[in-house]
Design a protein around this ligand. Structure first.
Ligand code: HEM
Length: 506
């Protein structure tokens, strides 16, 4: 026998098979020991008995690939306590309102984005509000909050300028990938409002910045799925360079002297970039703030408007009713004023219902920053507290919450804007597309204005919006009744899994 196949372990002479068996036994005992230690730590925090096993992890991967993860989450969370564990990777999922309230509000100091998230996403979102916790997050928030909380009168004119660009692009009678065009609109608006100079992607074929952001997001979404191991995987370096160069260019070329009019000069001076530059903050801090509004303010708006148009085309009666309201209150061609937007009750219901049925952020993830517990959802009856160890990722199933029949009624899956009639409001912790509690969306007011404004402008401009399918080069009108519903893809955001092709006619 080859001497390499033999060895002494703790004074015992073993052959290869015995060595292998010993190794496996050692691994198993370590696993049992670690699991026991974990249970002991967890039981100090609260009782724990999750109803699901390893199969869940496998299922999760399958559902992600089939773009059915949101529907699947609804089923998985339909258990006593509405809280489950995905054993591999230390993930807990919940749409239990008490737990959500604890994570977002009463125990928000125990939860944050976490170190892994920061390590992975700082390649795109730098040390911005979107990737930081604690003091760093607070400092970023202080820089941003005054600029994002209120809408300035000039923001309407800026939004309208880009809405008109969008209308021009859509007016060619060709089918358009709606999300793609709205994505251009959203980045053009957000850069104009916060930097004073627009990316103007609706006016050019050069989409290198948008492509770089998208590529970067795709790679980082995969890195995030691998958890800590993902921090060792490289981001898309080329994409990083494009984004960094763009931010450098915006900061380096900012000048009030270039303004074409006094009005433009004053507007630029009051932008996020204008005010922070005047305060003399460092270039790094400036870029952190600029990227936060660029990334935070782009996709979600585009996704919300795309789903709204999709649902309006699928529900002609709703579309007719909305057109009637717009025509009565705003008229055929003037831009809607802020008070008109406030008063458009049915438009408001359409937007609320769209964001309930299709959340732009269908799942929100928080990392436990220390050992803690959630108030409920554990034990066989789902009523015991749940021990959460530091480092556990807690996934808040916002989409699942928004489809709960015990909250929204038996027709929770149905798109029905009239459920919002007479200013109906669901309970505080049952509906929040913009997050609530300690870390809400800073751009909520601006986002709602943009979504309503552009919907109003598109419906004024186009008397007909038609859903089409592209089969090769051929364009076929879709029979809405027969068309299978478009699924939702889980990525950085939750968005339509395939292009929503719409043809707009005046
Ligand atoms: C329909 C459009 C929008 C939706 C549905 C939306 C939703 C959200 C949600 C759910 C969060 C919390 C994310 C998390 O905690 O992980 C968030 C955060 C944020 N959003 Fe929005 N958002 C929208 C538009 C905007 C716009 C236009 C801006 C531009 C300023 C913006 C800026 C931000 C920022 C800066 C944060 C970070 C807040 C923090 O971490 O403290 N959002 N948004």
């Amino acid at each position: 026998m080859d001497t390499q196949e033999h060895g002494y372990v703790w004074g015992v002479y073993l052959n290869t098979t015995s060595l292998a068996l010993t190794f496996i036994l050692l691994c198993i005992s370590t696993l049992v020991f670690r699991t026991n230690a974990k249970s002991n730590r967890q039981s100090k925090l609260g009782a724990r008995a999750f109803p699901l096993g390893f199969g869940v992890t496998l299922q999760l991967v399958r559902q992600l690939r089939a773009n059915t993860v949101l529907e699947w989450t609804q089923k998985v969370l339909n258990v006593p306590g509405r809280t489950v564990e995905v054993p591999i990777g230390g993930i807990v999922m919940t749409d239990n309102t008490e737990n959500i309230r604890a994570i977002m509000s009463t125990q928000s100091d125990c939860f944050g984005k976490g170190e892994t998230y920061h390590k992975i996403w700082s390649s795109l979102m730098r040390d911005s509000i979107l990737t930081t916790d604690g003091h760093a997050w607070q400092v970023n928030r202080n820089h941003l909050v005054a600029h994002t909380a209120k809408i300035r009168p000039t923001d309407y004119a800026v939004t309208d300028r880009h809405a008109q660009n969008l209308i021009r692009v859509l007016s060619d009678g060709m089918p358009h990938d709606t999300l793609d065009q709205l994505n251009r609109f959203a980045i053009d608006v957000v850069s104009d409002i916060f930097y004073g100079s627009s990316t103007n992607t609706l006016l050019t074929n050069d989409q290198s910045l948008r492509d770089a952001i998208q590529r970067h997001k795709n790679v980082n979404t995969w890195r995030l799925l691998f958890g800590k191991i993902g921090t060792l995987m490289p981001p898309d370096r080329e994409a990083c360079d494009v984004i960094e160069k763009y931010l450098d260019h915006v900061v380096d070329t900012f000048s009030l002297e270039d303004s074409e009019s006094q009005e433009e000069h004053d507007r630029k001076a009051q932008t996020l970039l204008g005010v922070l530059s005047a305060q003399g903050v460092s270039k790094k801090v400036l870029k952190d703030q600029l990227v936060a509004v660029l990334v935070g303010g782009r996709d979600s708006v585009a996704i919300a408007v795309t789903w709204a148009l999709y649902e309006l085309v699928r529900h002609p009666e709703t579309l007719r009713e909305l057109r009637a309201e717009l025509s009565k209150i705003v008229g055929p061609s003037d831009p809607p004023s802020s008070s008109q937007l406030e008063g458009l009750e049915f438009l408001n219901s359409v937007v609320q219902e769209t964001m309930r049925v299709h959340s732009s952020v269908g799942m929100n993830v928080r990392s436990a920053l220390k050992d803690t517990s959630l108030p409920t959802g554990g034990g066989l009856t789902g009523t015991s507290p749940v021990g959460i160890l530091a480092g556990t990722s807690v996934v808040l199933g916002l989409d699942s919450l928004h489809h709960r029949t015990d909250i929204f009624g038996p027709d929770a899956d149905v798109y029905r804007p009239h459920r919002w009639d007479n200013h109906w409001k669901p309970d505080t912790w049952t509906y929040f597309p913009f997050n609530r509690g300690a870390r809400p969306c800073l751009g909520k007011n601006l986002a709602l204005m943009e979504v309503k404004f552009v919907l109003c402008r598109l419906l004024q401009a186009f008397g007909s919006i038609e859903m089409v399918e592209k089969i090769g080069d051929e364009v076929v009108t879709v029979n809405i009744d027969k068309r299978e519903k478009i699924r939702t893809k889980m990525a950085f955001n939750t968005k339509p899994a395939e292009p929503v092709w719409l043809r707009f006619r005046r």
